[in-house]
Design a protein around this ligand. Structure first.
Ligand SMILES: [Zn+2]
Ligand SMILES: [Zn+2]
Length: 363
């Protein structure tokens, strides 16, 4: 195939050789050849997610609250990638039609079984036989990535490849969290950790469903940012009593709270801001064994709902992407060179990033 001729055998990749060790950009990581029913995509751009950092550090918690240490090494992270198909492996009769040149997304989920209870109910992010680009397979922090042709994320040719990467993890997660808050137009949504990658999406998806959005964060920069997205800002460091202030603004409490912060106290505080019957929609996974400390009596007597959101299904991903394609949601991104990833991790640790950093991978 002609397209194969220009594909190198080695590439730049961001390698973590041991969890907790440094991330290094190396020039000579092998480029895999696509196997049966696989494609090879050249990575154009990739977002940098907090989960990449926590996985590389060995601090990302699993469902039992303990760190996930069973990670393929060397580890190549990246699960907010946008790529262009450059080569097709041999294919069986049943695989979907794709061609060289198509734009595809590289998401958290890599492969699913299409057969389990969750795959057959549009919740395949919970597939019991899945592999993902965080723990099992190399992701978009490399120049070329092999993808399963039976589970490609198609992106329309008119989508902007520079901005759409962060929608594939942060965006869809926030989209789903807002959807699960079950808000009607005019109801109140509180977004905790409003100025970060997840938060800035949650504000905008909240506006799309017609909610009145209050963004909680701290500092003048985040205030300006939240207000530019159409949210009302509340500075948790300056307010004498955030919960009381929210209750006053909303006349009794918010109908939904999306918590993007990684702090356990932020989740418990958000429950106190809810109206009777309100929903706590959780997305930021705090590293470590962190518990929601709200009394059960509070949840029962106030009729509250608590819902967790692990990314989203393919269907939800494409819905979140479509709202960006239509211009209703605008990812706030800062483009950096691929080689800057180690520095970006340091910035992420300090919470210094507004919206999302996107790395330019293809040269
Ligand atoms: Zn992510
Ligand atoms: Zn499955």
């Amino acid at each position: 195939m002609a397209a194969d001729i220009s594909i190198p055998t080695t590439q730049r990749a961001a390698l973590v050789r041991e969890l907790g060790g440094p991330v290094n950009i190396i020039p000579d990581y092998p480029v895999l050849k696509p196997g049966e029913d696989e494609v090879l995509a050249q990575i154009l751009y990739t977002g940098v997610c907090q989960s990449d950092l926590h996985t590389a550090r060995g601090t990302a918690p699993g469902a039992d609250g303990k760190p996930i240490l069973n990670v393929k090494l060397p580890h190549v992270g990246g699960h907010e990638g946008v790529g262009r198909i450059v080569s097709l492996g041999p294919s069986s009769a049943s695989v979907p039609e794709v061609k060289v040149g198509d734009l595809v997304g590289i998401r958290f989920l890599a492969r699913v079984c299409h057969e389990c209870e969750f795959c057959t109910s549009q919740r395949e992010q919970h597939c019991v036989n899945a592999t993902n680009h965080l723990h099992h397979e190399d992701g978009s922090f490399q120049e070329y990535c092999v993808l399963d042709r039976n589970y490609l994320t198609p992106l329309s040719p008119d989508i902007d490849p520079v901005v759409v990467g962060p929608v594939l993890c942060a965006g869809v997660t926030a989209y789903k969290a807002v959807k699960n808050a079950g808000l009607s137009p005019g109801q109140w949504l509180v977004v905790v950790g409003a100025g970060g990658g997840l938060g800035h999406f949650a504000i905008q998806y909240g506006k799309v469903v017609g909610a009145n959005v209050i963004g909680i964060d701290t500092g003048q920069v985040k205030k300006d940012f939240v207000e530019s997205l159409g949210g009302r800002f509340l500075d948790f460091a300056k307010s004498p009593n955030v919960v009381e202030e929210i209750k006053t603004i909303t006349n009794g409490g918010a109908h939904g709270a999306v918590v993007c912060s990684g702090s356990g106290r932020a989740f418990t505080g958000a429950v106190d801001m809810l109206r009777i019957g309100g929903t706590l929609s959780c997305i930021g996974i705090p590293p470590g064994d962190i518990h929601l400390t709200t009394p059960l009596a509070t949840i029962i007597i106030r009729g509250l709902k608590v819902v967790g959101n692990l990314v989203g299904s393919m269907e939800e991903t494409l819905e979140a992407v479509e709202l960006v394609r239509q211009g209703k949601v605008k990812p706030h991104i800062e483009v950096r060179e691929f080689d800057e990833l180690p520095h970006i991790y340091e910035m992420l640790e300090k919470g210094d990033i507004l919206g999302r950093v996107v790395l330019k991978v293809a040269t």
